[in-house]
Design a protein around this ligand. Structure first.
Ligand SMILES: [Zn+2]
Length: 250
């Protein structure tokens, strides 16, 4: 599953559309699947989409979207999610919804660790979403030293009410392996890991430059300079796939 962030923040602090637009991403991914003869199913998924962003991605040809209406009052979140579910069902797309904001910082928005209301989770799950993200004490970005851990009590209560609904755990970076495994046992089916990939990329790139490799021959070529970072992300993804038990399950 390829996750596309809906916004990136410019140096001036303004948000702008990702990578020169959603259609650009769809074009690149579609061509890559064909040119590289990719045989595993690939979902092109919008992460934390706004209502407008979700509609734009549906229009652009994404195969999966997340509508994050968690900052709206629950009735408005339900109404907007319901409308997008209808559109996605008609087009055969998968849709992820969110209840109770995920703590931490994502795209410039900072929130405290929060636990979703299981009843509200049921309301949104019953709309026919494909998967549901719910706050269970998880946080985007690095976890603070005094983090209380995941609330399995909340996760269990949500799972009891939503039944078979696949749950999504955001902020996968730095959650201990035993907590991850327990969360999977309690119904978590999708885990988002971003910060850990970014940290691996930065560490490998720093090492390359600190060793002076960019000064040797054509080591300054971005294809060489960025290669160790890209390899480091691949290694991290591989480790996570093994930990999550998702190898060979596409
Ligand atoms: Zn997230």
């Amino acid at each position: 599953m390829l996750l596309v962030s809906s916004t990136s923040t410019t140096l001036s602090g303004q948000s702008q559309s990702c990578l020169c637009g959603y259609k650009t991403v769809v074009g690149m991914v579609t061509a890559m699947l064909e040119e590289l003869n990719i045989t595993v199913p690939v979902a092109l998924h919008l992460d934390h989409g706004s209502y407008e962003g979700a509609k734009a991605c549906i229009e652009a040809g994404f195969s999966s979207i997340m509508f994050d209406g968690s900052h709206y009052p629950i009735d408005e979140n339900v109404a907007k999610t319901k409308e997008l579910v209808a559109t996605c069902n008609e087009l055969g797309l998968s849709i992820e919804a969110e209840v109770g904001s995920i703590g931490g910082e994502e795209d410039g928005v900072i929130g405290a660790g929060e636990c979703a209301d299981p009843q509200e989770c049921k309301m949104v799950a019953d709309l026919g979403v494909t998967m549901l993200a719910a706050g269970i004490g998880n946080i985007h970005g690095k976890y603070p030293d005094n983090w209380a851990g995941l609330s399995f009590e909340t996760l269990d209560a949500i799972q009891q009410l939503t039944g078979e609904m696949p749950l999504v755990l955001h902020g996968g970076t730095g959650i201990p392996a035993d907590m991850i495994k327990k969360a999977i046992e309690l119904g978590v089916s999708k885990i988002n890991v971003n910060t850990e990939c970014q940290l691996a990329f930065a560490a490998a790139t720093r090492k390359y430059i600190e060793e002076g490799k960019d000064l040797q021959g054509k080591g300054f070529d971005p294809r060489k300079l960025l290669a160790p970072g890209a390899e480091a992300i691949k290694e991290t993804v591989k480790e996570k796939m093994e930990l999550f038990g998702s190898v060979g399950k596409a």
